[in-house]
Design a protein around this ligand. Structure first.
Ligand code: BGC
Length: 493
């Protein structure tokens, strides 16, 4: 009782027991390509994932999201699923080519606009707040053909697209994410070792060009909203950064650990740090390395003073995606690693799991370290100040075995860390689980399940069925307590 009273009346960050304060929001997320299907319906044109999964020789060549969970037609089912959980937020993304078939604002698709209007209005009618991602990795193929994220002009192309979305939806959408995970979208898309569209195999250069253009594009979009829409609608804009927490394998590797972490979070510094630009140490390392390697300028393109000022401070909150953590150790002689998942060849750092961390049965990179989530939030506060944090993704993937005890445990243990963070005075205001329903898991296709709802892909009606984890999450939301007794919580995991 004391806990309830405390949580209810205190406007401060403090909340004791296991209860979340009344202002804390719960949500779930998806993204357009991963659930919509209807890949060639109406005037929608191809984007890089359509092209990639339709071409031979790629991991997703025999499986694609042409149909997916069919959310383009079954959006009402998704809204119902969100409402049945009692969600405060539903995070979804908009497909660029569904709204702008040419990639440019010279043609706006009526059908595309209708689809997203229906979805947004339907959510609002159920009291669910839409959290909209402008770009979740589906670049129009037309723009990829012009160089995509390595062409500086994309800063304007993206800004034009964002401007159209704000003009259409900002009256009802108050929480925006410009870009989902620059680190993953650039480093994994330009890597020899991963299988993400557009599948350009250039680990040394392309990822860094992409990085700078992504950050600049984000800043353009933020500034458009800030100048034209914020005064009227009072919404907020940020981007979603995926961070893995890192710890040294022993005390001797502290410096290397800090560098490896800084390299993976370098995208955050131009936007959130007081100085702006890439972290100084990282910038210096790449100047030196690039010189040694025979390049005429740094592989990591620096920001001019003007660009630095333009980007600095372009956020209204911190969007954090968290799944897993790693230990850092120096690479052994001749050991090959790759950035960003296994380490950094540029730094001579390898990323490895701790032997005590549990790993998912079906997602080889998903080692569980719930404390990592809190440590990242502590780091954000220490490094950048007392910023509002919304956890925009956190989730557990598996092979789909029922009941999904392990996903329950994962969310429970991560919610506990969020609760502790609130008690520490960290301004974290929301937890958005990945994912509401099962999604097309990029290069892993349909073999990996993250959903609080199962999607039956073999059934033509693509039925959404609540998983045990969904039941647990709904009970958490109802009781605002992560430590509920639940028949699906098993101690024997
Ligand atoms: C991405 C999602 C993806 C999830 C699980 C995140 O990095 O934003 O699209 O499904 O990870 O792999």
């Amino acid at each position: 009782m004391r806990t309830i009273v405390l949580c209810f009346f205190l406007t401060s960050q403090v909340c004791s027991g296991h209860k979340f304060p009344p202002w804390f929001k719960f949500g779930a997320a998806t993204s357009s390509y991963q659930i919509e299907g209807a890949w060639n319906v109406s005037d929608k044109t191809q984007h890089i994932w359509d092209t990639y999964c339709h071409s031979s020789g790629n991991k997703c060549s025999n499986v694609n999201a042409d149909e997916g969970a069919n959310s383009y037609y079954q959006w009402r089912d998704d809204i119902q699923a969100a409402a049945d959980l009692g969600l405060d937020y539903y995070r979804f993304s908009i497909s660029w080519t569904r709204i702008l078939p040419t990639g440019f604002p010279n043609k706006i698709s009526d059908d595309g606009v209708r689809y997203y209007n229906d979805l947004i209005n339907g959510l609002l009618e159920k009291g669910i707040e839409p959290v909209v991602t402008i770009y979740h990795w589906e670049l129009p193929q037309s723009l990829q053909d012009l160089g995509g994220w390595t062409n500086e002009l994309i800063r304007t192309w993206f800004a034009d697209y964002a401007r159209v979305l704000f003009s259409l939806f900002a009256d009802r959408v108050k929480i925006w994410l410009t870009i989902n995970e620059p680190l993953i979208m650039c480093a994994a898309a330009y890597s020899e070792h991963t299988a993400m569209a557009p599948g350009v195999r250039d680990p040394n250069y392309g990822a860094f060009l992409c990085a700078k253009n992504t950050i600049m594009a984000h800043a353009h979009a933020w500034r458009i909203y800030d100048e034209l829409y914020k005064p009227k609608y009072h919404g907020k804009v940020s981007l979603a950064s995926q961070i893995f927490w890192m710890e040294g394998i022993n005390d001797e590797v502290q410096q290397l650990t800090e560098l490896a972490f800084k390299l993976n979070v370098m995208y955050i510094y131009p936007i959130f740090s007081k100085r702006g630009g890439w972290p100084v140490e990282i910038e210096e390392i790449f100047v030196e390395l690039s010189k040694k390697e025979g390049y005429s300028s740094s592989r990591l393109p620096p920001f001019t003073d003007e660009e630095r000022e333009f980007v600095k401070g372009t956020y209204d909150y911190f969007g954090l995606n968290y799944y897993t953590s790693r230990l850092v150790r120096p690479t052994f002689d001749g050991e090959k690693t790759y950035w960003p998942f296994r380490g950094s060849p540029d730094l001579g750092a390898a990323l490895v799991p701790d032997a005590s961390w549990r790993v998912s049965d079906n997602v080889p990179w998903l080692y569980e370290y719930p404390k990592g989530l809190r440590h990242i939030m502590e780091w954000i506060k220490k490094e950048f100040g007392d910023i509002e944090i919304i956890i925009t993704e956190v989730g557990y993937g598996d092979s789909g075995k029922e009941p999904d005890h392990k996903r329950i445990r994962y969310h429970k243990e991560h919610l506990e860390q969020v609760h502790l963070a609130i008690q520490e005075g960290i301004r974290v205001t929301g937890y958005i689980a990945w994912s509401l329903i099962d999604t097309f898991e990029w290069e892993a296709g349909y073999t990996v399940k993250f959903g609080l709802y199962k999607v039956d892909y073999n059934d033509p009606s693509k039925k959404r069925k609540l998983r045990a984890s969904g039941l647990y999450y709904a009970d958490v939301i109802k009781s605002r307590d992560f430590d509920i007794k639940h028949k699906y919580i098993s101690d024997e995991l």
